[in-house]
Design a protein around this ligand. Structure first.
Ligand code: HEC
Ligand SMILES: [Cu+2]
Length: 354
Protein backbone atom coordinates (compact mmCIF):
# COMPACT_ATOMS: atom_id res chain seq x y z
CA UNK A 1 0.00 0.00 0.00
CA UNK A 2 1.24 3.50 -0.75
CA UNK A 3 2.55 5.26 2.32
CA UNK A 4 0.40 8.35 2.04
CA UNK A 5 -2.87 6.44 1.88
CA UNK A 6 -3.48 6.05 5.64
CA UNK A 7 -2.70 9.74 6.07
CA UNK A 8 -5.21 10.70 3.42
CA UNK A 9 -7.86 8.58 5.13
CA UNK A 10 -7.16 10.31 8.38
CA UNK A 11 -7.38 13.74 6.81
CA UNK A 12 -10.62 13.01 4.99
CA UNK A 13 -12.16 11.58 8.15
CA UNK A 14 -11.24 14.74 10.02
CA UNK A 15 -12.55 17.06 7.31
CA UNK A 16 -15.79 15.11 7.23
CA UNK A 17 -16.13 15.39 11.01
CA UNK A 18 -15.34 19.10 10.91
CA UNK A 19 -18.06 19.57 8.30
CA UNK A 20 -20.56 17.51 10.28
CA UNK A 21 -19.83 19.17 13.61
CA UNK A 22 -19.88 22.65 12.06
CA UNK A 23 -23.58 22.02 11.41
CA UNK A 24 -24.28 21.81 15.13
CA UNK A 25 -23.22 25.34 16.03
CA UNK A 26 -26.09 27.40 14.68
CA UNK A 27 -27.01 30.25 17.05
CA UNK A 28 -30.75 29.72 16.59
CA UNK A 29 -30.57 26.09 17.70
CA UNK A 30 -27.50 25.50 19.82
CA UNK A 31 -27.48 24.95 23.55
CA UNK A 32 -23.79 25.88 23.37
CA UNK A 33 -24.64 29.44 22.31
CA UNK A 34 -26.94 30.44 25.16
CA UNK A 35 -29.43 33.18 24.29
CA UNK A 36 -30.90 34.19 27.65
CA UNK A 37 -30.66 34.02 31.42
CA UNK A 38 -31.89 30.43 31.74
CA UNK A 39 -29.72 29.18 28.88
CA UNK A 40 -26.71 30.95 30.46
CA UNK A 41 -27.29 29.21 33.77
CA UNK A 42 -27.74 25.82 32.13
CA UNK A 43 -24.64 26.37 30.00
CA UNK A 44 -22.47 27.30 32.99
CA UNK A 45 -23.56 24.14 34.79
CA UNK A 46 -22.72 22.10 31.73
CA UNK A 47 -19.28 23.71 31.49
CA UNK A 48 -18.58 23.18 35.18
CA UNK A 49 -19.55 19.50 35.16
CA UNK A 50 -17.71 18.80 31.90
CA UNK A 51 -14.60 20.54 33.21
CA UNK A 52 -14.67 18.49 36.40
CA UNK A 53 -15.08 15.26 34.47
CA UNK A 54 -12.17 16.14 32.18
CA UNK A 55 -9.91 16.93 35.15
CA UNK A 56 -10.80 13.61 36.78
CA UNK A 57 -10.15 11.68 33.57
CA UNK A 58 -6.81 13.42 32.98
CA UNK A 59 -5.57 12.87 36.56
CA UNK A 60 -6.65 9.21 36.61
CA UNK A 61 -5.09 8.59 33.18
CA UNK A 62 -1.79 10.15 34.26
CA UNK A 63 -1.67 8.06 37.44
CA UNK A 64 -2.61 4.94 35.48
CA UNK A 65 0.08 5.42 32.85
CA UNK A 66 2.66 6.24 35.53
CA UNK A 67 1.86 3.06 37.46
CA UNK A 68 1.91 0.87 34.38
CA UNK A 69 5.32 2.18 33.34
CA UNK A 70 6.87 2.50 36.77
CA UNK A 71 5.86 -0.95 38.05
CA UNK A 72 6.12 -3.03 34.92
CA UNK A 73 8.12 -6.26 35.12
CA UNK A 74 11.73 -5.56 34.18
CA UNK A 75 14.29 -7.97 32.73
CA UNK A 76 16.45 -9.45 35.44
CA UNK A 77 14.05 -8.25 38.11
CA UNK A 78 11.25 -10.77 37.54
CA UNK A 79 10.82 -11.76 41.15
CA UNK A 80 10.82 -8.28 42.67
CA UNK A 81 7.51 -7.38 44.37
CA UNK A 82 7.08 -3.67 45.12
CA UNK A 83 5.74 -2.43 48.45
CA UNK A 84 2.07 -3.53 48.88
CA UNK A 85 -0.42 -0.78 49.79
CA UNK A 86 -3.66 -2.77 49.96
CA UNK A 87 -5.86 -1.55 52.83
CA UNK A 88 -3.85 1.67 53.23
CA UNK A 89 -5.98 4.01 55.36
CA UNK A 90 -4.35 7.09 53.94
CA UNK A 91 -5.09 6.17 50.33
CA UNK A 92 -8.61 4.97 51.07
CA UNK A 93 -9.44 8.24 52.79
CA UNK A 94 -7.96 10.30 49.96
CA UNK A 95 -10.00 8.61 47.28
CA UNK A 96 -13.18 8.72 49.27
CA UNK A 97 -12.86 12.38 50.22
CA UNK A 98 -11.94 13.69 46.77
CA UNK A 99 -15.19 12.52 45.06
CA UNK A 100 -17.21 13.86 47.99
CA UNK A 101 -15.59 17.26 47.57
CA UNK A 102 -16.15 17.15 43.81
CA UNK A 103 -19.83 16.32 44.32
CA UNK A 104 -20.21 19.21 46.75
CA UNK A 105 -18.60 21.60 44.26
CA UNK A 106 -21.08 20.38 41.63
CA UNK A 107 -24.11 20.29 43.94
CA UNK A 108 -23.99 23.84 45.30
CA UNK A 109 -24.39 25.71 41.99
CA UNK A 110 -26.77 23.05 40.65
CA UNK A 111 -29.18 23.29 43.57
CA UNK A 112 -28.98 27.07 43.58
CA UNK A 113 -29.73 27.23 39.83
CA UNK A 114 -32.60 24.78 40.26
CA UNK A 115 -34.25 27.09 42.76
CA UNK A 116 -33.69 30.13 40.55
CA UNK A 117 -35.20 28.34 37.56
CA UNK A 118 -38.20 27.32 39.64
CA UNK A 119 -38.86 30.87 40.79
CA UNK A 120 -42.34 31.47 39.41
CA UNK A 121 -43.63 33.82 42.12
CA UNK A 122 -44.48 36.44 39.50
CA UNK A 123 -47.11 34.13 37.98
CA UNK A 124 -48.60 32.76 41.21
CA UNK A 125 -51.86 34.25 42.35
CA UNK A 126 -50.74 35.53 45.78
CA UNK A 127 -47.48 37.02 44.55
CA UNK A 128 -48.55 37.98 41.05
CA UNK A 129 -46.57 40.64 39.21
CA UNK A 130 -49.15 42.33 36.98
CA UNK A 131 -46.53 43.22 34.38
CA UNK A 132 -45.19 39.71 33.98
CA UNK A 133 -46.21 38.12 30.71
CA UNK A 134 -47.80 34.68 30.96
CA UNK A 135 -48.09 32.29 28.02
CA UNK A 136 -50.12 29.09 28.07
CA UNK A 137 -48.50 26.48 25.87
CA UNK A 138 -50.55 23.51 24.71
CA UNK A 139 -48.78 20.72 22.83
CA UNK A 140 -50.93 18.76 20.39
CA UNK A 141 -50.15 15.95 17.95
CA UNK A 142 -48.17 17.57 16.06
CA UNK A 143 -48.64 21.29 16.55
CA UNK A 144 -48.30 23.96 19.23
CA UNK A 145 -50.79 26.46 20.57
CA UNK A 146 -49.65 29.61 22.35
CA UNK A 147 -52.23 31.55 24.31
CA UNK A 148 -51.74 34.87 26.13
CA UNK A 149 -54.48 34.51 28.74
CA UNK A 150 -54.23 38.01 30.22
CA UNK A 151 -54.21 39.63 26.81
CA UNK A 152 -56.92 37.50 25.21
CA UNK A 153 -54.84 36.41 22.24
CA UNK A 154 -54.19 32.97 20.74
CA UNK A 155 -51.72 31.89 18.09
CA UNK A 156 -50.11 28.71 16.83
CA UNK A 157 -46.73 27.39 15.65
CA UNK A 158 -44.84 30.72 15.94
CA UNK A 159 -44.41 31.93 19.52
CA UNK A 160 -44.03 35.71 19.75
CA UNK A 161 -42.44 37.05 22.96
CA UNK A 162 -40.88 40.29 24.22
CA UNK A 163 -37.08 40.33 24.65
CA UNK A 164 -35.06 41.04 27.81
CA UNK A 165 -37.76 40.20 30.34
CA UNK A 166 -38.86 37.03 32.04
CA UNK A 167 -41.70 35.31 30.21
CA UNK A 168 -43.68 32.82 32.32
CA UNK A 169 -45.07 29.63 30.86
CA UNK A 170 -47.92 27.30 31.83
CA UNK A 171 -47.35 24.20 29.79
CA UNK A 172 -49.56 21.21 29.20
CA UNK A 173 -50.47 18.65 26.54
CA UNK A 174 -53.85 18.00 24.94
CA UNK A 175 -53.40 14.36 23.95
CA UNK A 176 -50.17 12.54 24.85
CA UNK A 177 -47.00 13.64 26.60
CA UNK A 178 -44.78 16.05 24.68
CA UNK A 179 -41.90 18.23 25.80
CA UNK A 180 -41.32 21.95 25.23
CA UNK A 181 -37.75 22.84 24.29
CA UNK A 182 -36.08 25.92 22.80
CA UNK A 183 -32.48 24.66 22.73
CA UNK A 184 -30.78 28.06 22.54
CA UNK A 185 -32.99 29.66 25.20
CA UNK A 186 -33.81 26.95 27.72
CA UNK A 187 -35.93 24.03 28.74
CA UNK A 188 -36.78 21.37 28.24
CA UNK A 189 -39.94 20.86 30.27
CA UNK A 190 -42.45 18.05 29.86
CA UNK A 191 -45.95 18.93 28.74
CA UNK A 192 -48.29 16.53 30.52
CA UNK A 193 -51.96 15.83 30.18
CA UNK A 194 -52.70 15.48 33.89
CA UNK A 195 -50.99 18.57 35.28
CA UNK A 196 -49.66 21.97 34.24
CA UNK A 197 -45.92 22.59 34.51
CA UNK A 198 -44.66 26.11 35.04
CA UNK A 199 -41.36 27.78 34.32
CA UNK A 200 -39.86 30.95 32.90
CA UNK A 201 -37.46 31.88 30.12
CA UNK A 202 -35.71 35.05 29.13
CA UNK A 203 -34.91 35.93 25.51
CA UNK A 204 -31.82 38.09 25.08
CA UNK A 205 -32.21 40.80 22.42
CA UNK A 206 -28.57 40.73 21.31
CA UNK A 207 -28.54 36.96 20.96
CA UNK A 208 -31.86 37.20 19.08
CA UNK A 209 -30.28 39.57 16.56
CA UNK A 210 -27.31 37.20 16.17
CA UNK A 211 -29.68 34.31 15.55
CA UNK A 212 -31.45 36.27 12.81
CA UNK A 213 -34.53 37.06 14.89
CA UNK A 214 -35.80 33.50 15.11
CA UNK A 215 -35.12 30.58 17.44
CA UNK A 216 -36.02 26.96 16.74
CA UNK A 217 -38.23 25.06 19.14
CA UNK A 218 -38.68 21.31 19.35
CA UNK A 219 -40.83 18.63 20.86
CA UNK A 220 -38.41 16.65 22.97
CA UNK A 221 -40.54 13.66 23.94
CA UNK A 222 -41.27 10.85 21.49
CA UNK A 223 -44.98 11.26 20.81
CA UNK A 224 -45.80 9.48 17.54
CA UNK A 225 -44.77 9.05 13.90
CA UNK A 226 -44.37 12.81 13.28
CA UNK A 227 -42.61 13.60 16.55
CA UNK A 228 -39.42 14.58 14.73
CA UNK A 229 -41.48 17.10 12.70
CA UNK A 230 -43.21 18.72 15.67
CA UNK A 231 -41.23 21.93 15.38
CA UNK A 232 -42.14 25.47 16.30
CA UNK A 233 -40.41 28.81 15.98
CA UNK A 234 -39.86 31.64 18.44
CA UNK A 235 -39.86 35.29 17.39
CA UNK A 236 -38.59 37.51 20.20
CA UNK A 237 -39.32 41.19 19.53
CA UNK A 238 -38.96 44.41 21.55
CA UNK A 239 -41.65 45.08 24.19
CA UNK A 240 -43.02 47.86 21.99
CA UNK A 241 -43.35 45.64 18.93
CA UNK A 242 -44.84 42.93 21.08
CA UNK A 243 -47.58 45.23 22.42
CA UNK A 244 -48.33 46.33 18.90
CA UNK A 245 -48.49 42.72 17.71
CA UNK A 246 -50.97 41.88 20.46
CA UNK A 247 -53.10 44.89 19.51
CA UNK A 248 -53.14 43.82 15.86
CA UNK A 249 -53.95 40.21 16.72
CA UNK A 250 -56.94 41.43 18.71
CA UNK A 251 -58.32 43.81 16.16
CA UNK A 252 -57.41 42.40 12.75
CA UNK A 253 -60.31 41.64 10.46
CA UNK A 254 -59.29 39.90 7.31
CA UNK A 255 -60.78 41.06 4.05
CA UNK A 256 -59.99 39.07 0.94
CA UNK A 257 -59.08 41.61 -1.73
CA UNK A 258 -58.56 39.71 -4.99
CA UNK A 259 -61.22 37.54 -6.66
CA UNK A 260 -59.05 34.47 -6.21
CA UNK A 261 -58.66 35.14 -2.47
CA UNK A 262 -62.42 35.68 -2.21
CA UNK A 263 -63.02 32.28 -3.79
CA UNK A 264 -60.51 30.86 -1.32
CA UNK A 265 -62.33 32.43 1.59
CA UNK A 266 -65.58 30.90 0.42
CA UNK A 267 -63.97 27.48 0.09
CA UNK A 268 -62.45 27.84 3.54
CA UNK A 269 -65.97 28.21 4.89
CA UNK A 270 -67.60 25.56 2.69
CA UNK A 271 -64.94 22.85 2.96
CA UNK A 272 -64.99 22.47 6.70
CA UNK A 273 -61.68 24.27 7.32
CA UNK A 274 -63.38 26.89 9.46
CA UNK A 275 -64.76 24.16 11.72
CA UNK A 276 -61.25 23.43 12.96
CA UNK A 277 -59.22 26.59 12.28
CA UNK A 278 -60.06 29.94 13.85
CA UNK A 279 -59.13 33.03 11.87
CA UNK A 280 -59.40 35.69 14.51
CA UNK A 281 -56.70 36.20 17.08
CA UNK A 282 -58.96 36.02 20.12
CA UNK A 283 -60.54 32.66 19.49
CA UNK A 284 -59.19 29.49 21.08
CA UNK A 285 -59.96 26.22 19.34
CA UNK A 286 -58.60 22.92 20.56
CA UNK A 287 -58.82 21.34 17.10
CA UNK A 288 -56.18 23.08 14.99
CA UNK A 289 -53.68 25.94 14.80
CA UNK A 290 -55.22 29.40 14.83
CA UNK A 291 -54.59 30.85 11.35
CA UNK A 292 -55.14 34.57 12.08
CA UNK A 293 -51.54 35.42 11.17
CA UNK A 294 -50.78 32.39 9.02
CA UNK A 295 -49.39 34.69 6.29
CA UNK A 296 -46.72 35.88 8.75
CA UNK A 297 -45.58 32.42 9.81
CA UNK A 298 -42.01 31.35 9.17
CA UNK A 299 -42.99 27.80 8.19
CA UNK A 300 -46.01 25.80 7.10
CA UNK A 301 -47.02 23.23 9.74
CA UNK A 302 -43.76 24.06 11.51
CA UNK A 303 -41.56 22.45 8.86
CA UNK A 304 -42.12 23.45 5.21
CA UNK A 305 -40.70 26.61 3.66
CA UNK A 306 -43.41 29.24 3.82
CA UNK A 307 -44.50 29.77 0.22
CA UNK A 308 -47.59 29.22 -1.88
CA UNK A 309 -46.33 26.10 -3.69
CA UNK A 310 -45.55 24.33 -0.45
CA UNK A 311 -48.89 25.37 0.97
CA UNK A 312 -50.68 23.83 -2.02
CA UNK A 313 -48.65 20.62 -1.55
CA UNK A 314 -49.53 20.57 2.16
CA UNK A 315 -53.25 21.02 1.52
CA UNK A 316 -53.22 18.44 -1.25
CA UNK A 317 -51.71 15.75 0.96
CA UNK A 318 -50.73 16.62 4.53
CA UNK A 319 -50.04 12.93 5.26
CA UNK A 320 -46.92 12.93 3.06
CA UNK A 321 -45.39 15.73 5.11
CA UNK A 322 -46.56 14.77 8.60
CA UNK A 323 -47.65 11.13 8.92
CA UNK A 324 -50.45 10.67 11.42
CA UNK A 325 -51.40 14.35 11.63
CA UNK A 326 -54.97 15.24 12.62
CA UNK A 327 -55.90 17.12 9.47
CA UNK A 328 -55.50 14.30 6.93
CA UNK A 329 -58.79 13.10 5.47
CA UNK A 330 -61.01 15.64 7.22
CA UNK A 331 -62.04 17.44 4.04
CA UNK A 332 -62.70 16.05 0.57
CA UNK A 333 -60.43 16.11 -2.46
CA UNK A 334 -59.60 19.59 -3.69
CA UNK A 335 -59.13 20.44 -7.38
CA UNK A 336 -56.04 22.36 -8.56
CA UNK A 337 -58.16 25.49 -8.93
CA UNK A 338 -59.56 25.15 -5.43
CA UNK A 339 -56.11 24.57 -3.98
CA UNK A 340 -54.82 27.66 -5.73
CA UNK A 341 -57.68 29.78 -4.37
CA UNK A 342 -57.32 28.45 -0.82
CA UNK A 343 -53.57 29.04 -0.85
CA UNK A 344 -54.04 32.56 -2.15
CA UNK A 345 -56.50 33.31 0.63
CA UNK A 346 -54.37 31.73 3.37
CA UNK A 347 -51.14 33.47 2.35
CA UNK A 348 -53.07 36.74 2.68
CA UNK A 349 -53.99 36.09 6.33
CA UNK A 350 -51.38 38.52 7.53
CA UNK A 351 -51.40 41.29 10.10
CA UNK A 352 -49.85 43.46 7.43
CA UNK A 353 -52.87 43.27 5.09
CA UNK A 354 -55.50 44.95 7.14
C1 HEC B 1 -60.34 18.20 11.67
C2 HEC B 1 -59.82 19.51 11.78
C3 HEC B 1 -59.17 20.17 10.57
C4 HEC B 1 -59.78 20.49 9.37
C5 HEC B 1 -61.20 20.21 8.93
C6 HEC B 1 -58.79 21.21 8.62
N1 HEC B 1 -57.63 21.29 9.30
FE1 HEC B 1 -55.96 22.30 8.76
N2 HEC B 1 -54.99 21.60 10.37
C7 HEC B 1 -55.54 20.80 11.34
C8 HEC B 1 -54.50 20.38 12.25
C9 HEC B 1 -54.66 19.48 13.46
C10 HEC B 1 -53.31 20.98 11.80
C11 HEC B 1 -51.93 20.84 12.39
C12 HEC B 1 -51.22 19.73 11.66
C13 HEC B 1 -49.86 19.46 12.19
O1 HEC B 1 -49.02 20.34 12.04
O2 HEC B 1 -49.68 18.39 12.75
C14 HEC B 1 -53.66 21.74 10.61
C15 HEC B 1 -52.75 22.51 9.89
C16 HEC B 1 -53.10 23.35 8.87
C17 HEC B 1 -52.24 24.33 8.26
C18 HEC B 1 -50.83 24.67 8.70
C19 HEC B 1 -50.96 25.65 9.85
C20 HEC B 1 -49.71 26.32 10.33
O3 HEC B 1 -49.84 27.09 11.25
O4 HEC B 1 -48.62 26.10 9.81
C21 HEC B 1 -52.97 24.94 7.28
C22 HEC B 1 -52.51 26.06 6.40
C23 HEC B 1 -54.27 24.32 7.26
N3 HEC B 1 -54.32 23.38 8.23
C24 HEC B 1 -55.28 24.66 6.37
C25 HEC B 1 -56.50 23.98 6.30
C26 HEC B 1 -57.45 24.15 5.22
C27 HEC B 1 -57.32 25.11 4.08
C28 HEC B 1 -58.47 23.31 5.50
C29 HEC B 1 -59.75 23.10 4.69
C30 HEC B 1 -59.55 22.66 3.33
C31 HEC B 1 -58.19 22.64 6.74
N4 HEC B 1 -56.97 23.04 7.18
C32 HEC B 1 -59.01 21.73 7.35
C33 HEC B 1 -56.86 20.43 11.48
C34 HEC B 1 -57.80 20.64 10.49
CU1 LIG C 1 -42.96 14.78 20.20
Amino acid sequence: MKRWLPNMRFISLFSLMALLLAGCGKPFLSTLQPAGEVADMQYSLMLLSTLMMVVVIVVVTIIFVYVVVRFRRRKGDENFIPKQVEGSHKLEIIWTVIPILLLIILAVPTVSATFKLADIKAMEEETRDENALIVNVTANLYWWEFEYPDLGVVTGQDLVVPTDERVYFNIKAADVKHSFWIPAVGGKMDTNTENTNKFWLEFDSKATAEAGGLFYGKCAELCGPSHGLMDFKVKPVSREDFDQWIEEMKTVEHVATTDLAKQGEQLFNERNCIACHAINGTEKRPTAPNLTNFGDRSRIAGILEHDKDNLIDWLKDPETYKPGNKMTGTYGELTEAELDALAEYLMGLSLENK
